[in-house]
Design a protein. Structure first.
Length: 314
């Protein structure tokens, strides 16, 4: 569900920095997680197909990308069960193997990566639901019959008064990052989703109100902030050294927390409410993309609506 970062040491350390007030009130959180590939690639673990045919099907998948028909057969699958109650339709091997590309079976980037991103935002800011969501994007590189975008951006406003922007590009993999802007400083994350290399700095604070009048001026690479801004890498005692890739999605800490919660009958780090919160953002982002409309959440009626909701809601 994309919540594993709630059990990882570096996102926890960032949450503590924010709660301490070190960078002031949050005004903007930005994430840009990029790859330069078609996403998502077929992997055998996604299919449950008879092992004798896996290698052939994997090669056929590569051929499909170049317009050649797949040889995957309906009898290799449980197609009716796979549809999960959706209207019956003829077997389509491409849909079966690459369901994340198709609108009827996935929201693509929104429910695959935005789910991880917005859950981090909720974790860091203790927010439970968005105020408004709007999305845009398109299919700019991978003209392979997909429905869902290969490039998208979502802008989310939260009740506490800050903007969250999420962007993914499948056409260029340059320097994925996350950035948390506070009135009194900035936290930067180097790398894509899950990266553990965070820095915290006073750069961008109220005393540096304009780069032409008080802010740092850079003239060479690599860019290093001025000493007076006190930029430092976030380190967590006892945790692995931070890096730009970070722990794998299968990081064991989150699983252990879940098992311990069942044993002790206590709430896990990721609760059903957290799952609801990030699912709501993903649903609104996808609906906004397809409808072309800015959407709003009404917490009183628990409904997604197309008009602003009054500020004085419960």
């Amino acid at each position: 569900m994309g919540t594993q970062h709630r059990s990882q040491p570096y996102p926890l350390a960032v949450r503590d920095i924010i709660r301490s007030g070190r960078i002031g009130n949050i005004v903007h959180i930005e994430q840009e997680w990029n790859v330069n590939e078609e996403r998502w690639r077929f992997t055998p673990m996604d299919t449950g197909i008879n092992k004798e045919r896996l290698m052939d099907i994997h090669m056929e998948w590569k051929q499909w990308l170049h317009g050649q028909p797949s040889k995957l057969r309906e009898e290799d699958t449980d197609w009716k069960r796979w549809l999960l109650g959706k209207p019956d339709r003829p077997f389509d091997p491409h849909v079966y193997l690459e369901f994340r590309l198709y609108k009827d079976f996935s929201s693509g980037i929104f429910d695959q990566w935005l789910s991880h991103g917005c859950d981090l935002v909720h974790f860091w800011t203790d927010e439970a639901y968005p105020e408004s969501v709007v999305s845009n994007g398109g299919i700019f590189a991978w003209k392979d019959g997909r429905d869902n975008p290969d490039t998208c951006v979502t802008a989310v406003v939260y009740p506490k008064g800050f903007l969250y922007t999420y962007k993914s590009i499948f056409c260029n993999s340059y320097r994925s990052f996350s950035r948390i802007h506070g009135r009194d400083g900035t936290i930067e994350n180097y790398g894509g989703e899950g990266a553990s290399l965070f820095t915290v700095t006073r750069e961008g604070c109220r005393q540096e109100f304009d780069p032409f009048d008080g802010g740092p001026v850079y003239t060479k690479l690599p860019i290093v902030g001025p000493a007076q801004d006190g930029e430092e890498i976030v380190h967590v005692p006892g945790a692995p050294a931070p890096n730009s890739t970070g722990p794998d999605d299968d990081d064991v800490g989150h699983l252990v927390n879940w098992l311990q919660s069942m044993q002790t009958r206590t709430q896990p780090n990721a609760t059903v409410d957290h799952g609801f919160s990030h699912a709501l953002v993903c649903i609104m982002a996808a609906q906004s993309y397809w409808s072309g409309k800015k959407l709003y959440w009404d917490p009183n009626s628990q409904q997604i609506v197309e008009h602003p909701v009054g500020k004085n809601v419960a």
